[in-house]
Design a protein around this ligand. Sequence first.
Ligand SMILES: Nc1nc2c(ncn2[C@@H]2O[C@H](COP(=O)(O)OP(=O)(O)O)[C@@H](O)[C@H]2O)c(=O)[nH]1
Ligand SMILES: [Mg+2]
Length: 315
Amino acid sequence: MYKEKRISVVVPAYNEETQITKVVDSMPAIVDDIVVIDDCSSDKTREVLVALKESHDRLRVIFHEVNQGVGGAIASGYKWSRDNDVDIAVVMAGDGQMDPKDLPAILDPVADGEVDYSKANRLLSEGAIREIPKIRLIGNTILSFLTKIASGYWHISDSQTGYTAINKEALHVIDWDKMYKRYGQPNDLLVRLNVYKFKVRDVITRPVYNVGETSKLKVRKAVFTISRLLLRLFLWRMKEKYIFRDFHILVCFYFLGFFMTLISTWLFGRLVYLWWLEGYAPPMTSLALMFSTTTALNSTFFAMWFDMEANKNLR
Ligand SMILES: Nc1nc2c(ncn2[C@@H]2O[C@H](COP(=O)(O)OP(=O)(O)O)[C@@H](O)[C@H]2O)c(=O)[nH]1
Ligand SMILES: [Mg+2]
C-alpha cells in the first residue's frame, strides 16, 4: 500500500532470464502485487519465474502462449490490475532499467489525485545527454515531438519511457484489447488518454543503462514504424475528439494547412522546373507560392495553438 492505495507493478518480460530475479527482488515494500507477464520467452524466464514464485507471495505470473509484444504484455497486466481492484498500476520493464527508488516520485501525482497518469521523463534529467546512447536520444526526441502533435499533451516529452503509473478510473475506461501491442504502446496510450480527457504529468528521473540488459529494439525501424502509427493516431484523435464527441474549428485549420502544403509543394516543383527550363520565375507562380506557403504555415500553427488551448487543463 502507498498512501492507502493498493499498488500493482506490471512487468513485461521477454527473454529476461538473467534480469528478472533482480527486478522482483528489488521491488519496494509499498508494492502489493508484482504482475510479471512472460511473453512466451524462448529462454529460461518461465522456469526462473516458477522458482521465484515459491519465495515471493506478492508475485503473480501470467504466461502468454504466443508472443504478443511488449504492449500486449502490458495490456494483460493492466487487465489483471483492473479485475483485482488495484488502485494504481505501475509499469516497470523486466530488464532492470527502471530504478525502484523513483517509484514514490512517479506514484505521488496519481496517489494524491492530481493527475490520472504519470510517467518518467529521462530527457529532462541532468545526465540525459551523457547517459542515453546518442542514436536513442535522437530517435526519442523525434518521436517525443511527433507524440506532442498526435496526443495533444504538448507538455509531455520522453514519450518512449515505459516507467508509468495509471489510476483506477483510467484502468476501467480504456479498452485494453485495442491498445497497440508493440513498442508504440506508450504513444498509443497517451493518445487514448487524451481523447478521454485524462490528466497526465511527467516526473524527472535518471536514465538507467548498462545494468546487464540487452535491448530488442532497433531504433531506426522503431522511429519509422511509430511515426506511421502516430499519423494514424493523430487522425483518429481529430475525428473522435474534435468531430464526434465535440466540435472544434481547429480540424478545419489542420485540413487547410495540409491542403495548402500540397499546393505549395506542387507550385514549388513547377517554379523550379520553369526556372531550369526557361531561366526565369513566372511572377504569378511565385506570388501564388508565397500566398500558399504563408497560408499553410499560418493554418497549421493556429491549429496547434487551438489544440494546446483545448488541452491546457489536462496537466
Ligand atoms: N512481453 C514482451 N515484452 C517484451 C518484448 N520485447 C521486449 N519486451 C520487454 O519490454 C521491456 C523493454 O524492452 P527493451 O527491448 O529493453 O526496450 P528498451 O528498453 O526501450 O530498449 C523489457 O522488459 C522487455 O523484456 C516482447 O516481444 N514481448
Ligand atoms: Mg530495456
